[in-house]
Write a protein that binds this ligand. Structure first.
Ligand code: PRP
Ligand code: ZN
Ligand code: MG
Length: 210
């Protein structure tokens, strides 16, 4: 049996479940259960916090997982990537209060920036020779400027509506992301075979939707 970890609730959850269903894999979901078994494929699905998925797959608690590249790269687990899935596309961007003057990334020198992605942000700014104070917070990043916690933020943007509702303006794209399939690097031959079967079906789904 292959164990797949997907996001419990969030931008990736629905699209991940949809992909598995389109692969002809049936299962019953309940919002209260954190684990479910397929009725027609040797697959068990674990519903987890997205941030925890790369670590669980690296440790072998789950065999494979679906997670955003943003989380994967931030946590330094790029080596687990098997393939990009083409859905849940989003970007990690820097944003400032919409009335603020902003001409270039140099304007951020010495500023306080709130983010849940300190590593991706640091890499982007270091490459450009910009020095800031990064405040790492795990959620509700977009309210930081309005409560005086930061001058700017760096967070995930998809439709852009969260930025607009919080009076922010996107000024730099730091990282482009989409869903990616990841796998533990020490899968048994049996599990590897199941993963290959699943990949075969995923490719068929992708071809059909192009
Ligand atoms: C991101 C981000 C915003 C939202 C932006 O959260 O933190 O809350 O998406 O989307 P929008 O541009 O369409 O308004 P995410 O879904 O990644 O969840 P998480 O931060 O709770 O993991
Ligand atoms: Zn998250
Ligand atoms: Mg969020």
């Amino acid at each position: 049996m292959l164990r797949l970890a997907i996001q419990k609730s969030g931008r990736l959850s629905e699209d991940s479940l949809k992909l598995i269903r389109e692969c002809g894999i049936s299962f019953i979901t309940s919002s209260l259960k954190l684990k479910t078994e397929s009725t027609n494929f040797p697959l068990e699905i674990l519903y987890l916090r997205d941030d925890d998925i790369p670590g669980y797959v690296a440790d072998g608690v789950a065999d494979i997982g679906i997670v955003g590249e943003n989380v994967l790269v931030e946590e330094g687990y790029q080596a687990l990537a098997v393939e990009k899935l083409g859905f849940s596309k989003c970007r990690l961007s820097l944003a400032v209060p919409k009335a603020d003057d902003y001409e270039s990334v140099q304007d951020l020198n010495g500023k306080n920036i709130a983010t849940s992605y300190p590593n991706l942000l640091q890499a982007f700014l270091s490459e450009r020779g910009v020095q800031v104070n990064i405040h790492t917070i795990s959620g509700s990043v977009e309210i930081a400027p309005s409560i005086g916690l930061a001058d700017a933020i760096c967070d995930i943007v998809s439709s852009g509506s969260t930025l607009i509702s919080n009076g922010l303006r996107e000024v730099e794209r730091v990282f482009n992301s989409q869903a990616v399939l990841i796998a533990n690097d020490g899968l048994t031959a049996e599990k590897r075979e199941l993963l290959d079967k699943l990949l075969f079906r995923i490719h068929a789904v992708q071809r059909a939707s192009r």
